[in-house]
Design a protein around this ligand. Sequence first.
Ligand code: DUC
Ligand code: ZN
Ligand code: ZN
Length: 471
Amino acid sequence: MSGPTLIRNGRVITATDDYIADVLMQDGVIHAIGRDMAVGEDVKVIDARGLYVLPGGVDTHVHMENVVGPSITCDTFASGTKAAAFGGTTTVVDFALQTAQDSVLGAIARAQRSAERQVSIDYSLHCIVTRVDKQVLADVRHAMRHEGVTSFKMFMAYPGVMMADDAAIFQMLRQVGADGGMVALHAENGTVIDLLIKEALEAGHTSPRYHALTRPALMEGEATHRGIRLAELAEAPIYFVHVSSNEALKHIVTARDEGIPVFAETCPHYLLFDDSVYDNDSFETAKYVMTPPLRTRDDQKHLWRALRYDDLQVIATDHCPFCMKENHLGYQLQKQRGKDDFSQIPNGAPGIETRLVSLFDIGVMQGQLSLNRFVQLTSTTPAKLFGLFPKKGTIAVGSDADVVIFDPNATQTIHAHELHSHCDYTLLEGRTLRGKVEKVFLRGELIVDGPTWLGREGMGRFVPRGEVRAF
Ligand code: DUC
Ligand code: ZN
Ligand code: ZN
């Protein structure tokens, strides 16, 4: 553990506060916050005048080394967490996948074994549950009580691969909700979408744009509505991942107005880009093959409104990187897999390193979000909803000293080759953004200092999570 460090005269911004202060980090936690603090010679002092002091980002939707169909995401836990750190994120929640061979507990243990030698920031896991029976429910309860895994993702899409039926989702909601955890739902009507895909291919439509055309917003809305009704019956909270459309959002808004504990995230790509990128038959469009696909500008307007008025509570990346070039760093079965058949393009895009800076630019600088709301959406509320708060998600005495020093006046131009992900492209290539992560501390230890990497593989820790704090 590194010695004590004082960040002097920075502008401390949390979900609720905004003030100039000195922040003393010691023994891995925030030890004291004050003004004109006198410290001994053993304390390293960093001058943060003119800079923001933010809680480390918490990204509760990332995929490292995740198997997605026959493909595997191209970031390892090592590359993905390093990229996260450079982007100002100090905690990620990744996924363990229950498979036909693997139990829930086996999946969690396997993901932990792979992560623990590699992670350079703190992490936790959601478990993806694809089938439910008595043993699975017993394992889920055990995972919540003894393994610190308190959230479970289920899919209403991808029949025959990941999709769980409504009864399975209902059973999980009922038990996990009663035990104080959260079910996170991928809401799309999988069987109708599969039919649309089959019909498109039969008609000879093979280019990436048909990925978007076969996943209509209406089917995201339908599944969202169904998920809400299941949660209502189960008397459980529910969390919708990657909300992209007003068709989904309007059900969420109505349910929240009715007092149903419904929570939801969107992702930076739905705010940065719209479906006009699909207006061509080029294979380059495979970069934008993520699920759900990008929506209209009108949908974007609704997402911003929901972010401002708390109908959406989280912005997570859904960092799910696949290379455009085959064999980049030895990765195979990446985007090129779908060259002649859009349905074979692995679904996902990178974004872990650019989340904070892109949202600072398009959200805060363009007047869509206040600074406090920016912190709340990217750090505090994800920490609360997934049982990490107040250890993570804020700057307060006793919280982990996960701190980002951010320069609001710097600008940077984004290039994939300067980022730290293994992915060979970024959706933001060539874009100039305002704001820059200058320094990042993980539990008081400086891991990013400008362009310099000071972190180490394996220094991140698994964070056992507690109950959902939804209110
Ligand atoms: N859903 C995700 O959350 N990530 C990648 C692909 C998907 O369908
Ligand atoms: Zn999903
Ligand atoms: Zn995802």
